[in-house]
Ligand binder design. Sequence first.
Ligand SMILES: [Zn+2]
Length: 228
Amino acid sequence: MDMKIGTSGIPPHFWESKYSKGKDCRLNMPFWIKDIGLNAYEVLYTYGARMREENALILKENVKKTDIWLTVHAAYYVVLTSPKEDVQERSVEELFKAIRLADIMDAHNVILHPGYNGDDSEKSYNRFVSNLKLVVKKMKEHGISKPKISPEIGGKKSQLGSLKDIIRICEDVEYTVPCIDWAHLHAREDGSLQNINRFNDIIINCESLFIIKEHKLNYYPFLMLEKK
Ligand SMILES: [Zn+2]
């Protein structure tokens, strides 16, 4: 298996490096990642996908020069499960903004927190899926197909995002591949990752999904570890 290991966002050590000079020095992150011997970088849009297009293009070039595996994390306030229509609409817009920038940067995945479950988990699931389908529709209208949407396992049982939920979402919606956050899964399942069998179970589950979706094997590394 080809493993990609990197950082999400900008760690404090970056600011001590020679790359941290100038106004848009964050765009140098791929060079710093390569220098410290890693090969993946996740652009973290915690508070919204705010990046000028010309900067996204610079990042794309820097990623190409360094051969870094690039992903994007959508804003934490994207809540496609929300019962409030205005929140749903804003969430669809915000997620699409992150996807559009990811496409400009030539990123592989856009990671997404599925959101809270509410009182009726089936209703939340259906809201999530129909809103996500709206995002996929927008992607098609704009001719975007490279960055895959990666719903992430949620660390709390009150959130949509069990392993079963994530697999089900990826079966139900086009352009999706799972984001397996091992730490979240361990927390959610009350410490289930005790032995290799559970890891194998999860990998086999995802593998059969990839076969169903006819993804090529090079999508396999999308099983991600997000370290917080
Ligand atoms: Zn996350």
